[in-house]
Write a protein that binds this ligand. Sequence first.
Ligand code: HEM
Ligand SMILES: *[C@@H]1O[C@H](CO)[C@@H](O)[C@H](O)[C@H]1NC(C)=O
Ligand SMILES: *[C@@H]1O[C@H](CO)[C@@H](O)[C@H](O)[C@H]1NC(C)=O
Length: 442
Amino acid sequence: VARSLPSQWSKQYGPVMTVHLGPWCIVVLSGYKAVKEALVDQADEFTDRPPVPFFDRVQRGYGLAISNGERWRQLRRFTLSTLRDFGMGRKRMEQWTLEESRHLLESLRETKSTPFNPTFFLSHATANVICALVFGERFSYDDVNFLRLLQIMQAERRLESSPWGQLYNFFPKLMDHLPGPHHTVFNQLEELKAFITEKIHQHEETLNPDNPRDYIDCFLIRINQEKDLAESEFIYENMTATVLDLFMAGTDSTSSTIRYAFMLLIKHPDIQEHMQKEIESVLGQHRAPQMEDRKSLPYTDAVIHEVQRYMDFAPLSVPHYATKNISFRDYNIPKGTMIIPMLHSVLRDEDQWEDAWAFNPVNFLNQNGNFKKNPAFLPFSAGKRACVGESLARMELLLFLVSIVQHFHLSTPGGPSSLDIKPELSSFVKVPAQYQLVVTPR
Ligand code: HEM
Ligand SMILES: *[C@@H]1O[C@H](CO)[C@@H](O)[C@H](O)[C@H]1NC(C)=O
Ligand SMILES: *[C@@H]1O[C@H](CO)[C@@H](O)[C@H](O)[C@H]1NC(C)=O
């Protein structure tokens, strides 16, 4: 199996290494021990983000994913508790996700076993889960307005990982004055923000402070509570940016993971069959899955974990930053250093995994076939900056994947050997290849 370059370097240079790239001094942390020691044991020092001009331009410095200090702390705490209120406790998100799953199954059934590219349906389904959370509504798969917004998000993603996006990070002032595709995307993003702003206005008109329906309602209530507070982070502009964050971070990540899971299940028919048998024995052919079924589905749970481990969606995580001098092990990491916790090296750490380089659910199973946890399972990173959407993403992965495998056999016209399962690294995240899927009702 081909090993990637940075992990060869880390074998040569150890768990902490320094790289110089353009104007940046970068410290790369690798292996479970070093990453955990930094992000968890020294969490306070390793929590901040670097200035990224491209995102600053998109978000104007607001929002959750790129901010630091008090603004970040407040928005993060608020987002986590709102997710929790609509999430596991109240079962609201579970019901929304199940409803979306029914629409997805319906669309898959309509393909009538003919080949199609699953990318569109999956990103629409995961975007709708975020819509349910923030707007309290979903959009039909043929809603033209919503399709346009999905396209804008995709265009932003492409720009972000293109040379134009990278150039913007090195020369923001210059790029603002040069022509190029970035201006088109920046303008389109204004359209997306206008859509969000319109939704916010609609929410204001129908708000019932005693019965918040979604994220925007909760934000509006908070704005109102803090309206006399000079220092409040809860103001309109910050709300739009934070909502945009949830879309940007929550849509592609989850839908690409499901798209990749299908690929791996086609590539490993024995694993798909084992998973299907387990699901059928627990749920039968018709009952929809619930989160509570997870513990009765140890093999399926192991497969889903293994998909995330093997996929390695964000191999370099999202960059962190030293906002002051940090002393770490025997090193001094000076203020202004970008810090890359290399999740790739954690998810492939040979000291932590039984079969680090293969796709093998045994990495999450014990001898009795029960689910086995592993502390090095960090696809969502760790510590105070770890993914806020983790519980939502894990719910979507379980409910969508279980429903689909319960109802359909997955295959591809060229057979398993025609699939190239090597995801492409695009900027900071892995993008699985496009392929034709065939879903045959069971
Ligand atoms: C399989 C799906 C997902 C994966 C693999 C994933 C992974 C990650 C990773 C690696 C980070 C960076 C953590 C760090 O800096 O140390 C992150 C941050 C983030 N994720 Fe996710 N994520 C997923 C789904 C989601 C979903 C569904 C949402 C929305 C609810 C979401 C919202 C966010 C946000 C807002 C941040 C920034 C947090 C901050 O800066 O404080 N993610 N995610
Ligand atoms: C967003 O919150 C920050 C935090 O104090 C505040 O300084 C800023 O003014 C807010 N945004 C806007 C547009 O006012
Ligand atoms: C941070 O470290 C640098 C050397 O790497 C040193 O010159 C500077 O004085 C330190 N700053 C503080 C505030 O300790």
